[in-house]
Write a protein that binds this ligand. Sequence first.
Ligand code: PGA
Length: 268
Amino acid sequence: MKKRYLIGNLKMNILSVEDTEQYLSVFRREMKGKKQESTVTVIAPPFPYLERFHKELPENAALGAQDVFWEKEGSYTGEVSYPMLKDIGTEYVIVGHSERRQYGRETDEDVARKVQALLKGNLRPVICTGETEDERRRGETAAVLEAQLRGALEDLSPMQAEKILIAYEPRWAIGTDRTPESEDILEAKVIIYRMVAAAYGAAVAERIPILYGGSVKASLLDRVCFSAQMDGVLVGRESLFPYEVAKMADIIENYQAPERREGKPEEG
Ligand code: PGA
């Protein structure tokens, strides 16, 4: 069964060990005894708290990081490498988030290098992609997604390609409480799916989870995930509420797909 992913990106929030403990204690309580057979729930805290999260996350959740540097070690002040992340139990790493592209001047080439590094370290990259509102208005969504992903999808073996996850996050939907229609999200998924299929074949493309991100909350899961035929969600603000993460994990786990939704392509 293809799994669905729920990834909570805590961003630069949770400012103390005390807050971390509080988050984890609520999260453990809310996740207790929850079956997660078809859902993978991942929390990506800020770097300083990764280790604590690793030690105290409930066993039905996995650890993610919000970024990585592409070199393994050396004189790179302020950077964090994949062996370090691996060593403290990280399994998933977000790369190319629009906030890193914006504030950290991260380029598509940087993202590609980070993906290569993570795969070398046997970590799973979550590659973020998405257009701005102007780009959408100009009809450039497909071109933007292709340009952002091209480098990251280059030179991978099919086995490596199967390790990646891709998140479609239209920039205008991040932090804004605006969300695209299910059809628009599905359209972006098809663009991404086709790109992966062209590079690695349909069998590999089928196995790569394509998530939606941007103002996700429990009440919107049907629109942005199920109706849009997405393989999960990347959640920012709402993931700061551990009980909301647990609630979304429940909804995703218990979702039953209707036999066939009328008028929706089976693609992806
Ligand atoms: P948001 O953030 O859920 O707060 O819109 C999403 C993201 O940045 O991945």
